[in-house]
Design a protein around this ligand. Structure first.
Ligand SMILES: [Fe+2]
Length: 356
């Protein structure tokens, strides 16, 4: 497996790019032009994006000013819509909402259109999906077999009573997952599922996705809901490697509608002072280099056809008969999912999902 560090080690092109950057700067100065600035607003993890943007700044005479805002992204965009040229999100449901609130400007770029297949972009070009991950079931390898697992809906069966771990129901990942379920299965079925899942929890929801996988190792629960890419992420960290090794990833509903995915994406805002430069950063996120980075370094699934999966992702699902990591995806319309978002949050509150 290629590690993150080796991956960047391999990029010995960096010194050359630095030289190139200096040359480009000199050219820019000789034309008496400053570096164009692209202002990015994001809720993505800083360590996940900063290398990528640094690379871009070395490659192009552009400064990327990133504002990492965490969970307040949508509020921020609503209250200060002129603050950013480009938004980059970990859950594209937020882009759909931003689109409906008329906070986004359609992109007009043949490069992005060529890189991102139709199912991964908004039909009116308001946003593009840049990568995604499965909302998967992790299971304790020593206590659970793939034969015990089938569908998400099984998690409400009596056999899983007191054996399931999950983070707060109100976290973006779970709200997105359950909103998509409402589109696929209907709101009544989804409410039944939420209630049944809450009744089967081993403990009140707490921590982040990786904490649920850690709880498998600590025998606090036997199955956990978490995003697939954490398997790769945990394997790279010495302290978290044992969590990864005690568990495996199961892709639910492979004989049904498929596994739900959480999509990351990017969009231009209505502010975009520097439309050309901002569009080029959006293009860059869909181009081969960034797509390779999302896949290889972050263990996400790339959207650009032909981008290879990280070796670890190509192995995921083997025990359930999935070849080459190619699992069946239930790619629910984000427009449809957005209609259920508030209702899902209302149900989670009503059943006191977080047991607070
Ligand atoms: Fe995450």
């Amino acid at each position: 497996m290629i590690s993150l560090h080796r991956h960047w080690h391999l990029a010995t092109i960096f010194p050359l790019l630095a030289v190139l950057a200096v040359v480009l700067q000199l050219v820019a100065c000789s034309h008496k032009e400053g570096r164009a600035e692209v202002r990015v607003l994001t809720d993505r993890t800083e360590s996940h994006l900063e290398n990528l943007f640094k690379y871009y700044e070395q490659e192009r005479p552009v400064k990327i000013a990133v504002n990492y805002v965490g969970d307040s992204l949508l509020t921020r965009l609503k209250t200060r819509p002129k603050e950013a040229d480009l938004v980059v999100v970990k859950n594209a449901d937020l882009l759909e909402i931003a689109k409906q609130k008329k906070l986004l400007r359609p992109f007009n770029s043949q490069r992005a259109l060529g890189n991102v297949p139709l199912p991964f972009r908004d039909r009116e070009r308001a946003y593009a999906i840049t990568s995604f991950r499965a909302r998967a079931i992790f299971y304790a390898k020593d206590r659970v077999s793939v034969k015990d697992l089938r569908s998400y809906s099984d998690l409400m069966l009596p056999k899983w009573k007191g054996r399931v771990c999950i983070r707060s129901g109100f976290h973006e990942y779970n709200v997105s997952w359950l909103s998509q379920m409402a589109v696929s299965k209907g709101l009544d079925q989804t409410e039944k599922f939420i209630t049944g899942l809450a009744d089967n929890l081993a403990r009140p929801p707490k921590g982040a996705d990786r904490d649920q996988v850690r709880a498998l190792l600590e025998k606090r629960c036997d199955v956990a809901v978490a995003n697939s890419y954490y398997m790769g992420v945990m394997r790279l960290r010495d302290d978290q490697k044992p969590w990864a090794e005690a568990s495996d990833v199961f892709f639910p509903d492979q004989s049904g509608l498929g596994t739900y995915v959480i999509r990351s994406g990017a969009a231009l805002t209505t502010a975009s002072k520097n439309l050309k430069a901002a569009t080029e950063v959006l293009d860059f996120l869909t181009d081969a280099f960034a797509q390779h980075y999302f896949s290889e370094a972050l263990f996400e699934y790339p959207v650009k056809p032909g981008t290879p999966l990280a070796p670890i992702n190509a192995e995921l699902g083997k025990r359930q008969g999935i070849e080459g990591g190619a699992y069946k995806i239930n790619l629910v319309s984000l427009k449809e999912a957005a209609k259920y978002r508030d209702k899902i949050i209302e149900i989670l509150a009503r059943v006191n999902f977080d047991r607070k």
